[in-house]
Design a protein around this ligand. Structure first.
Ligand SMILES: [Zn+2]
Length: 236
């Protein structure tokens, strides 16, 4: 069970080990985000019977989330009751960063109708790629000001599951997804910065834009042929 999808604020929980193999540790209940959509996996620990297993990564298969233990740490055997805990500083920074990229996406779409081609992040730093042959004068400053205005507006960030037909009826979702999502998906998880941005997304987010803090647009790189890379950071 993926606890983080329903509650991104959860940091500690009880679980039982279902499997423990060379591929990793599978829990019956886990809040470790396994990585995806540009958001890297969580890190943290499993505590069991006085032993601590450091979790240095995670990955997802069709059915399960596999937790990767640190090389030198013992893995709990199947059936063990464990206490899971996330590295709060890392996860909280990634939630702010991921929400910042969605907010940026919303601003860029609303003000310039730019299709974003890809995005990536690490804690408190992100980048977003898009096609823009001519960069308008003052573009970087205008983007930064518009992003921080949307943070100050403290828009709610809501997560909900809706039928695929309903999700793809939203223009912004349809444009962004194109052929990226398998059509067999019956339910789509939407992350909605209410009034600004809606994306099909499996990541973890803060609850409102004010929690992002502040966005600094570091630079806009020209990668040639109109391909731009915008780099942002969240100071502090
Ligand atoms: Zn996202």
């Amino acid at each position: 069970m993926r606890l983080e999808l329903a509650d991104a604020t959860l940091r500690e929980w009880d679980a039982v080990v279902l499997a423990s193999t060379d591929d990793g540790i599978v829990l019956d209940r886990s809040a470790f985000f396994p990585g995806g959509g540009g958001q890297p996996p969580d890190e943290g620990v499993l505590v069991w019977g006085g032993v601590q297993t450091r979790i240095v990564g995670a990955r997802k298969t069709e059915d399960d989330v596999y937790l990767i233990a640190a090389d030198d740490d013992p893995a709990p055997p199947p059936g063990t009751a464990v206490r899971g805990a996330l590295d709060d500083e890392r996860r909280s920074a990634l939630m702010r960063t991921h929400s910042a990229l969605h907010l940026l996406n919303g601003v860029v779409y609303r003000d310039y109708r730019l299709p974003v081609t890809s995005a990536d992040m690490k804690p408190l730093e992100g980048r977003m790629d898009f096609d823009l042959p001519e960069v308008p004068a003052g573009f970087k400053e205008a983007i930064e000001a518009a992003c921080n205005a949307e943070i100050a507006a403290d828009r709610r960030i809501e997560v909900r599951e809706v039928p695929a037909t309903e999700a793809f009826a939203i223009e912004q979702v349809a444009v962004a997804a194109r052929d990226l999502l398998p059509t067999r998906l019956e339910q789509v998880r939407l992350v909605d910065i209410v009034g600004l941005d809606v994306e099909a997304d499996g990541g973890t987010h803060v609850a409102s834009t004010k929690q992002i803090g502040r966005i600094e647009v570091v630079k806009i790189e020209n990668k040639g042929k109109g391909f731009r890379r915008l780099r942002l950071r969240l100071p502090g």
